[in-house]
Design a protein around this ligand. Sequence first.
Ligand SMILES: Nc1ncnc2c1ncn2[C@@H]1O[C@H](COP(=O)(O)OP(=O)(O)OP(=O)(O)O)[C@@H](O)[C@H]1O
Ligand SMILES: [Mg+2]
Length: 576
Amino acid sequence: MINRPPQQTDSMETISNLDNLARLASYSFMDTLNADPDATSNGVDHYPRQVFSGHYVPVSPTPLENPEYVTHSKNLFRELGFADSMAQSADFICVFSGDLTNVPEPMRKLGWATGYALSIYGTEYKQQCPFQTGNGYGDGRAISVLETVIDGHRWEMQLKGGGRTPYCRGADGRAVLRSSVREFLAQEHMHALGVPTSRSLSLYVSKTEKVKRPWYSEGSRSKDPDMVILEPAAISTRVAPSFIRVGQIELFGRRARNNDHPQAMEELEQIVLHLIDREYGDVIDQSLSTAEKVLLLAREFRSRLTSLIANWIRVGYCQGNFNSDNCAAGGFTLDYGPFGFCELFDPYFQSWTGGGQHFAFLNQPVAAEKNFQMFCTALRPLLTSDQDSLRQLDEIQSNFASVMQLQMENMWAAKLGLDTFNTELFNELVSLMMQTSVDYTIFFRELSSVPDDIEPLKKSFYKNRNYNLNPERMNNRWSEWLNKWKAIIRVNTTDTLDELSRKMKLMNPKYSLREWFVAPAYQQAAAGDYSLIRELQEIMTKPYEEQSKEVEEKFYMLKPLEFFEVGGLSYYSCSS
Ligand SMILES: Nc1ncnc2c1ncn2[C@@H]1O[C@H](COP(=O)(O)OP(=O)(O)OP(=O)(O)O)[C@@H](O)[C@H]1O
Ligand SMILES: [Mg+2]
């Protein structure tokens, strides 16, 4: 795990109001990196334009009209030492719904947005930039407003939906309540699952401001949204050690490679050193040369990224749109757009209709490798005068697949309660899972009870056509597999069955954030009822616990058949 917030200790002072919080402000991004020389001085820089140099644009967020409190993360508040009452206090609501005009010093009245480049599955793109140059692409609606150092940890707080920036590409700079609820719940769920992620701080919705989004009519089976709806605008704030993306390093890497301007190489070095400082300070010694730091960075990021992907697959998470601009260079999950948790197991599970097989569930290791290649390409200009370092970087890059494979094998072994990966056992399991159609979460959780026979496993069966053709034969095959697994376990572990079961249940969550739980929560929220959001927050932040009988009956369930193939529940072409 990386950079987890401190658990609040007695020595940590409680931060109970905005003045307390403002006093912890410490702006490393704005103070150590370069501002765009063409930026306006008042931060009213809300129209699409090209940003040719500098690492950020100072920009004023656009306050949400009539903001109302929806929820905050009690867990993150506790970890940061924030008093819960602060989330509903007027001045805190102002800041985190986008109004910086009255912030207490030393907090600043301007936030910052950053440019980044885009590579899709290993191919560089500029077409998404309105100027076709790549200079107009970046945080179009994400605006960082504060950095703080709390108990030695630096945290950046970023509004999502905070209004237009020069990178907005003509769009409204807003996020809607629906997508904000999804991201808010998912971030805290993933953290509770033990998967590195940006965190959720707060969520406010406008009582009056609405924006248009394409969406699905009720029960629609169309792949593309079939209507445009007006949705309440919202601002959620997310928190991470930094929001530097692979795409961001790429932007400066491309400029240095092409010699786009005289400071291009220096700006690349600055952003890379800043990344190291913010995300890798504890593992990369400050006194090393840049070349040595770059190599360690590549190696460490490879290790974090491969571990992240193995964790995603362990918990059934599919990011959906794993472009380089949605890949955090600190190695954690970022941008919960068209994500989904795998229910019916399918290696090609993917909620985003535009994502094809590239970003599908079990192709995520390859998608990650593509992002890693782009990351290494971006670092390369810093090593051009050093052949030996370049060779080492190539080696780090080319060994990604084998490191990834090892992480995956260890993960599958752990899910099955084994110390070492067993190829034959695993391959048989995957084909049985596919030939039966099983629920990914329920299957592994039931297996974690180390059942005597396959009856409990059947709770996870959706029973597809193949299974129904000959259920008896399939059940026999399942029994054989279970017996084989148990025989291997007996040899593999000295644990008692109870101990084994306990360990497996820490690998295999009981609850996952299924989209059909989330949809009613954002629908009710749009009508002003936030109770289901708060209920989901409670349950989904304890995903490994058994929880009560009532919770189990409501949330430990196969996906109802009527929700398959329904737009907005099983897939989306647009999620924002
Ligand atoms: N409503 C919007 N207004 C302005 N820019 C937008 C809007 N929606 C998306 N963008 C921009 O389009 C690009 C691609 O969007 P994508 O869905 O990957 O990111 P996102 O969900 O907005 O944000 P992030 O990656 O910061 O979580 C991003 O650069 C994003 O800032
Ligand atoms: Mg994004």
